[in-house]
Write a protein that binds this ligand. Structure first.
Ligand SMILES: Cc1ncc(COP(=O)(O)O)c(C=O)c1O
Length: 368
């Protein structure tokens, strides 16, 4: 049996007619930039996340970059974040000449450990970017406490976590701003690149609207320098169709995750830990095993899709060598990078496929 890590064709088959119709509408309108679909999506995402405003961007990376710019983060400023994330989180900081300051993660959730943040605060610290990794929110209450105490901006990297909840609050509505990616593999995925920022701060939202169009205000007048990062009308139209199904799709992932959890209970396979006060949307289902590289080869040999997210934490990446971190410096992030692997959890996964994946992993671990 061949089981892909993610099969978006199965999802598309369930919405094909509607998608083709809305794409046709946008093409017939010949309005590809801005327009009613983008405005409608911004309003719906703001409402969905429990934020006052949402501003569409060309990608999650730009959502992070422009949020930092809107809050005035620049050369020499320090931004505290996790090294165990997709590159864009720290890349956006470094692109602005600011300094990523890496703080280790919790062993259980893989998210930034809020108890370690205060020791990393200096007079140059301007912001914190917690990442809600794999679909579960970072521990935001203690993190916000440190931020409030030191007057720091909190930009949530919610790129993997649309709809996830922390003590009843939605990802992206807890800090000062939230960044989302609609990369196709996300729970809410576009048919190309797209992203968004949520915030309750009207002045920041207005700044983002300007920054995504070269810092333009009232026509061709520029008080600041921005970039071109508009959300495409075609992507907005696709995302509006998919947003209606998002909760059902995320619930399907949770159902699959629970099925795996039951299969792995009592075994040597480390299943993801869900905090009881969190809604986990399982953008990824990570298992933790001591022989991770051998398991990866075994799964591939058995026709099972899997991936390493992420094989090298950011503090050890070549491009960040100038920051001076050493191997062993952030041990939980390094251990997670060595011991975890992502397995198929997408909604449309058939029960037999899931059982085949679980049995293959359990057989492998039983051998050792
Ligand atoms: C945690 C995280 N941050 C940022 C991004 C960047 O988003 P995008 O690929 O839309 O630029 C992603 C998406 O891959 C992500 O997973």
């Amino acid at each position: 049996m061949n089981v892909p890590l993610l099969d978006l064709k199965r999802q598309h088959a369930t919405i094909r007619e509607e998608i083709e119709q809305v794409i046709r509408e946008v093409v017939e309108s010949q309005r590809f930039i801005k327009g009613p679909k983008v405005v409608e999506l911004e309003e719906r995402i703001a409402a969905y996340c429990g934020s006052k405003r949402a501003v569409g961007m060309a990608s999650g990376t730009d959502a992070l970059l422009l949020s930092l710019m809107a809050y005035g983060v620049g050369r020499g400023d320090e931004v505290i974040t996790t090294p165990y994330t997709f590159f864009a989180t720290a890349g956006s900081i470094a692109r602005l000449g600011a300094v990523p300051v890496f703080v280790d993660i919790e062993r259980t959730t893989y998210n930034i450990d809020p108890r370690l943040i205060e020791a990393a605060v200096t007079p140059r610290t301007k912001a914190i970017i917690p990442v809600h990794l794999y679909g579960q929110c970072a521990d935001m209450d203690p993190l916000m406490e440190v931020a409030d105490k030191h007057g720091l901006v909190v930009i949530e990297d919610a790129c993997q976590s649309i709809g996830s909840e922390y003590k009843g609050r939605r990802a992206g509505s807890i800090g000062h701003a939230g960044c989302f990616s609609f990369f196709p593999s996300k729970n809410l995925g576009a048919y190309g690149d797209a992203g968004m920022v949520t915030t309750d701060d009207g002045a920041i939202a207005d700044a983002l609207v300007s920054l995504r169009e070269h810092g333009m205000k009232d026509g061709y007048f520029h008080a600041t320098v921005g970039i071109n990062s508009r959300l495409d009308a075609l992507q907005a139209a696709v995302l509006l169709v998919k947003l209606k199904r998002l909760d059902a799709w995320s619930d399907g992932r949770s159902r699959n995750a629970e099925r795996y959890n039951r299969r792995f209970a009592g075994s040597a396979v480390g299943a993801p830990h869900r905090e009881p006060h969190c809604r986990h949307i399982y953008n990824q289902y990570m298992v933790r095993v001591s022989e991770r590289d051998a398991l990866e080869a075994h799964l591939k040999g058995k026709g099972i899709g899997c991936a390493l997210y992420y094989p090298l934490p950011l503090h050890l990446q070549e491009c960040f060598r100038y920051l001076g971190y050493k191997k062993g410096g952030l041990p939980e992030s390094e251990a997670a990078a060595r011991e975890t692997i992502s397995i198929p959890v997408f909604t449309e996964l058939a029960e037999e496929e899931l059982d085949y994946v679980a049995t293959t992993i359990l057989d492998f671990c039983g051998r050792g």
